[in-house]
Design a binder for this molecule. Structure first.
Ligand SMILES: Nc1nc2c(ncn2[C@@H]2O[C@@H]3COP(=O)(O)O[C@H]3[C@H]2O)c(=O)[nH]1
Length: 593
């Protein structure tokens, strides 16, 4: 495996980086780490020399040597270890890295009300440690280049160090309290909030990975709203402390317990930011300014929150609509046309059945964004078990059925709906996935048969059965007894499938002939005449083939004779010219055949 992979690298001399990463992604292939600041050319030469076969080392002539030789690392040496940014471990780490960011965003503003000590200092140190660890791991996080995951440690390190993210991360860890001893309170650690993009990245990734993105979106919205209220509460408390706790009705009361003070501030801020507005009237200038700013912010925030919640709700409905059609337009149309009552109820019931039984009719629509191969795989994994139960397909290979699945269209018929009407031109056939259907005799009442799961119908009018008096028209009415879940296959798709699988055609024909015979729709005379006509046509075809071959042979002989004659005439003309204008050519007559 390793030698195979190295051969691949040797074949890609023009793309060393890519080739190297391709090899790195193969199991069992170890790579020498490329020195971070080392020039590329020199490194390549070293690689080649260590392989002991490079032309640049030996100076030997011969076939062109590959420009990049990547020897396997000696057993027991250190291995490249990088995080895959799409992998589970990266996601786990990102979740852990988001916690100190959230901690800082919550706690920093609390320092407005005075310095925190004890346990808080320990938590500060822990959060700084996690910040550092996060930077260390980002040095070892792979990245995509031309669609290929780069795992080379030197390159991942350079990639991070040169990215703007590194500058922000480094800025967020600057010890402001040490550099500027005058900074106190929240200012001493304000730069820790610069890691916010990491928290947002974690939230976004959770959203793409969860099966309930809308619930997560709502949770994120709630988190941001709570954070905003918390900040407002802390600022309100800081202002109250500055103006004097409990000095008027607007400021925070001078409660003895800190929790009580915080709860009052939080309640006050919730009233302001939720635009409830039932707060005491401000008395002082600072109070007026703070309250006005709060109300203005609340108006903006409220609009943003309402908009986001509306979009989440719209998304939930849109996600449902992607699978299930909306009955409202049909019902409105029926009402506008003055048709309602029974028909409208049937339409409503049909839509309700689809949702209740989780049978999305717009399956193709939902899958249309996927590439063809993946779409076929998804459809196969959903429908293959049902398809295997169809008697016609029993014994067919999985691969063949997989090819068939994308051609099948699921359809659901309600009770009493006519699936095939006698006398109509047949355009598709059906396979019963679930439900029961009645085959009605010519009187439209008598049931000839009841079709259930795994059976098929509607094939007689599609395949040309000799002696079928109905031709390409339906031979019977087929009515759905309850709700029937069917697979539909068009005439063209059926023709393609039957061209590839003649034994399936034989099975369909045999069953169709039997049914036609039972129902008296097979004209024996016409069948014999058709067979005779077919035999004659085949004989004529054979004779025509023979005639064509003979004609081609004669044509070839004719062409050869004409060519010979033309050459002879040309020679005679040349001899005539030579006899007039100069001495006769030596041996000219003797050479004439
Ligand atoms: N089981 C059964 N099926 C029938 C009978 N008559 C017609 N059909 C099916 O009903 C279908 C009606 O449309 P087609 O004529 O295309 O094909 C027909 C057959 O598949 C019958 O007597 N028994």
């Amino acid at each position: 495996m390793a030698s195979e992979a190295r051969d691949m690298v040797a074949c890609c001399p023009g793309v060393p980086g890519v080739a190297r990463d391709v090899v790195a992604s193969r199991p069992g292939v170890a790579l020498l780490p490329r020195g971070a600041g080392e020039p590329r050319g020199r490194r390549r030469c070293q690689d080649a020399a260590s392989a002991g076969a490079a032309a640049c080392a030996s100076g030997a002539e011969g076939p062109a040597q590959p420009r990049v030789l990547v020897p396997p690392r000696s057993a027991g040496g250190p291995r490249d270890w990088t995080l895959d940014p799409d992998g589970d471990w990266y996601q786990r780490w990102l979740s852990a890295a988001a916690l100190p960011v959230l901690y800082n965003w919550v706690v920093i503003v609390c320092r407005c009300g005075g310095q925190l000590a004890g346990l808080w200092l320990g938590l500060d140190w822990a959060s700084d440690g996690l910040y550092l660890l996060d930077m260390g791991l980002r040095l070892h996080t792979g990245f995509l280049e031309d669609g290929v995951l780069v795992r080379d440690r030197g390159r991942t390190r350079r990639h991070y160090l040169r990215s703007p993210a590194f500058r922000w991360d480094a800025a967020s860890l600057v010890p402001l309290a040490l550099l500027c001893p005058a900074s106190a309170g929240p200012a001493a650690r304000a730069n820790r909030c610069l890691r916010a993009p990491r928290l947002l990245e974690a939230l976004e990734r959770w959203e793409t990975r969860t099966a309930r993105p809308n619930a997560l979106r709502l949770a994120r919205l709630m988190l941001l709203a709570l954070l905003a209220i918390h900040w407002h509460a802390c600022l309100y408390f800081a202002l109250s402390a500055r103006l004097g706790l409990g000095t008027d009705a607007w400021v925070c009361p001078n409660a003895t317990r800190p929790l009580r003070r915080y709860l009052h501030s939080f309640y006050f801020s919730t009233l302001v930011l939720a635009t409830v507005g039932d707060t005491p009237t401000p008395r002082r200038k600072e109070e007026f300014l703070f309250a006005t700013a709060g109300f203005l912010l609340a108006v903006l925030g409220f609009a943003a929150v309402t908009g986001s919640v509306a979009s989440v709700i719209a998304n939930v409905s849109a996600a449902d609509a992607a699978f299930y059609p909306n009955p409202a337009p049909v019902l409105r149309y029926l009402r506008a046309r003055g048709v309602g009552g029974r028909l409208a109820r049937r339409v409503t019931r049909w839509h309700r059945h689809l949702r209740a039984q989780r049978k999305p009719p717009a399956e193709r629509e939902a899958l249309r964004h996927l590439p063809r191969g993946l779409r076929a795989e998804v459809a196969a994994s959903v429908h293959l078990p049902a398809l295997r139960r169809v008697e016609l397909f029993r014994g067919w290979e999985g691969g063949v059925l997989r090819q068939l699945v994308p051609r099948l269209r699921p359809q659901v018929f309600g009770p009493g709906e006519v699936v095939c009407r006698r006398g109509d031109v047949g355009r598709e056939m059906y396979f019963v996935r679930e439900g029961r259907l009645a085959v009605l005799a010519d009187d439209g009442v008598t049931r000839l048969a009841v079709l259930g799961e795994g059976l098929y119908f509607g094939e007689i009018s599609l395949i040309n059965i000799r002696g079928n008096t109905a031709g390409n028209r339906r031979t019977a009415d087929i009515v759905s007894i309850g709700y029937s879940d069917l697979f539909c296959l068009t005439k063209e798709d059926l023709a393609e499938v039957l061209a590839e699988f003649p034994h399936a055609r034989a099975a369909l024909e045999a069953k169709g002939r039997r049914l036609l015979l039972c129902t008296g729709k097979l004209d024996a005379g016409a069948e014999a005449a058709a067979a005779e006509a077919e035999r004659r046509a085949r004989a004529l075809e054979g004779a025509l083939g023979g005639l064509q071959a003979r004609a081609a042979r004669l044509l070839a002989q004719l062409e050869a004779g004409a060519h010979k004659l033309a050459r002879r005439v040309q020679r005679l003309e040349e001899r005539l010219r030579d006899g007039r204008g100069g001495p006769p050519r030596k041996g000219g007559a003797a050479a004439e055949p």
